[in-house]
Design a protein around this ligand. Structure first.
Ligand SMILES: CN(C)c1ccc(C(=O)NC[C@H]2N[C@H](CO)[C@@H](O)[C@@H]2O)cc1
Length: 482
């Protein structure tokens, strides 16, 4: 089943995505007690940032149109601490078995921009519609494209099947040539067992470069997977899980510490349909460092009414079922792993946009999930228009949040001028808890109840606090100085 913009199109030869929306309550999941990625000091990370950037999809050099000054502005305006940074298989492995170290140098340069500002980076092996090589006009070079992107041309086997022009980019997914390219990649055809091997080895080459880099905290193995002729649990629990396991094993040969993030299939699950993803085992010693990275794009939002009226009601229902599925997959299926909302976003000019964004961040906060908003690219979806004008997103996102917690957070909430955090300190963590405070709510000094101030830096907007080790759950309340 192909779901696009308010309509459901049943594509021929495709098993409809299985699984029905849970009618009420949890989708069989148990409300998970959130777990978190941690930094080298052992602090629980609460990650807030952007996808950067869609412009990388068609760039010959694989880099986003995003400068260090752009990052400086984002950091100053919103205090973000995370990025889902788009990389591509075509750029990593331009020819079979040849890994482009100059491309990885360019990625490492960008990672250093984030490192200098205290960010964590998740590398996203991005694809949409398999590859730019699915159409001659869409392919600006070895799979760089703005219709499709991701796979290199040499890994794109359409077997001569057609790909005709489509009004909407999403519809290219069910074009015969694209379906075949995916079926060959997943080896559903039995003709190309080598492609998933190349994919896993390309990830190993990336992990080899960043294994010792503390800023790169996670690898998002595949963006919005599409199973071609295979859909739903048969795909997610079959070739998708197999690719994730093979790639995790390959990464762990060179990198024991980064989190491996696995995403469900996009169609259906982005819209709240329960995922059929199955367990991925982490061969590392100690705690499993697998994370779950779903996306959220409620279909009703595309009705054009934005987050208002019936569209809002249906969107809320979607968020509820989506949350149940996240709790079930992250909490039960994958074994109590952290979640990162890898993508969500909307046209900020739509009615109710601020309320929708707030609703999603509240859901993420309750799930203990990180968030990377789609996306930092200039335009009405993002924080800035092409002329640099701020959209409502900047003020909506620029709120206090705990960035790194010296223990396990149990709940937190904030308004522009108040933050409250309850957590159970971890005596093994000696680093202080770090909190971001926007200038709009904290123009001067700060008052802290429930903890001792270690430092307050009005330039970086970072407050650090510490609590007595032997305390049980502590509640820290931060307000502007009286
Ligand atoms: C038919 N298929 C497989 C399909 C259709 C639509 C999307 C989508 O809108 N995804 C949401 C956003 N995510 C990408 C980047 O990852 C953006 O281009 C989309 O707006 C995905 C898959």
């Amino acid at each position: 089943a192909l779901i696009v913009a308010g309509s459901l199109i049943l594509g021929g030869g495709i098993a409809a995505a299985e699984g029905s929306l849970p009618t009420s309550g949890s989708a069989g999941g148990t409300s998970m007690s959130p777990s978190y990625l941690t930094d080298d000091a052992g602090r629980s990370l609460i990650l807030r940032g952007f996808n950067t950037a869609s412009s990388a999809k068609s760039a010959p050099d694989g880099m986003p149109k995003f400068t260090e000054d752009d990052l400086e502005r984002e950091h100053a305006d919103m205090g973000t601490n995370f990025v889902r940074f788009l990389i591509s298989w075509r750029s990593v492995e331009p020819e079979p078995g040849q890994y482009d170290q100059e491309y990885l140098d360019r990625v490492e340069d960008r990672v250093s921009w984030y490192a200098e500002r205290g960010y964590k980076v998740m590398l996203d092996m991005h694809q949409d519609v398999y590859s730019g090589a699915i159409t001659p006009e869409g392919n600006s070079g070895n799979g760089a494209g703005n219709i499709g992107n991701g796979a290199p041309a040499w890994a794109t086997y359409m077997d001569g099947l057609p790909v005709s022009p489509q009004d909407r980019w999403e519809l290219y997914y069910i074009q015969p040539g694209v379906m075949r390219a995916f079926d060959n990649f997943w080896n559903t055809t039995g003709q190309h067992p080598e492609l998933v091997e190349h994919y896993a080895n390309a990830w190993q080459a990336v992990a080899e470069r960043f294994a010792g880099n503390d800023t790169v905290v996670a690898y998002d193995l595949m963006n919005e997977p599409w199973g071609g002729s295979l859909q739903g649990p048969a795909f997610e629990g079959g070739p998708l899980a197999a690719l994730y396991q093979r790639t995790t094993n390959a990464i762990r040969e060179v990198d024991q510490d980064s989190w491996v993030c696995v995403a469900p299939q996009a169609v259906g699950v982005n819209q709240g349909v329960p995922s059929g993803l199955t367990k991925i085992n982490d061969p590392r010693a100690g705690e499993q460092r697998i994370a779950y990275c779903p996306h959220l794009y409620p279909l009703p939002l595309d009705l054009g009414d934005g987050y208002s009226g019936l569209s809002r009601t249906l969107t809320d229902a979607t968020i509820d079922t989506w949350r149940d599925s996240v709790e079930h997959i992250a909490g039960n299926v994958l074994g109590g792993v952290p979640a990162i909302l890898g993508e969500f976003g909307l046209d900020t000019t739509l009615p109710g946009a601020t309320d929708y964004i707030d609703r999603v961040y509240t859901t993420a906060r309750e799930l203990g999930a990180g968030v990377s908003y789609w996306s930092s690219d200039p335009g009405p979806w993002g924080p800035y228009l092409p002329d640099g004008t701020q959209t409502l997103l900047v003020d909506t996102l620029n709120k206090p949040y705990p960035r790194a917690v010296a223990g396990t957070p149990t709940e937190w909430s904030s308004t522009v001028d108040r933050l409250q955090l309850t957590f159970t300190p971890n005596p093994a963590v000696t680093a202080p808890t770090e909190i971001y405070l926007p200038e709009s709510g904290f123009p001067g000094g700060v008052d802290v109840a429930g903890a001792d101030i270690v430092n307050w830096n009005p330039q970086s907007r970072l407050l650090t606090v510490e609590t007595a080790d032997d305390a049980g759950p502590v509640t820290v309340t931060v307000t502007p100085a009286g």
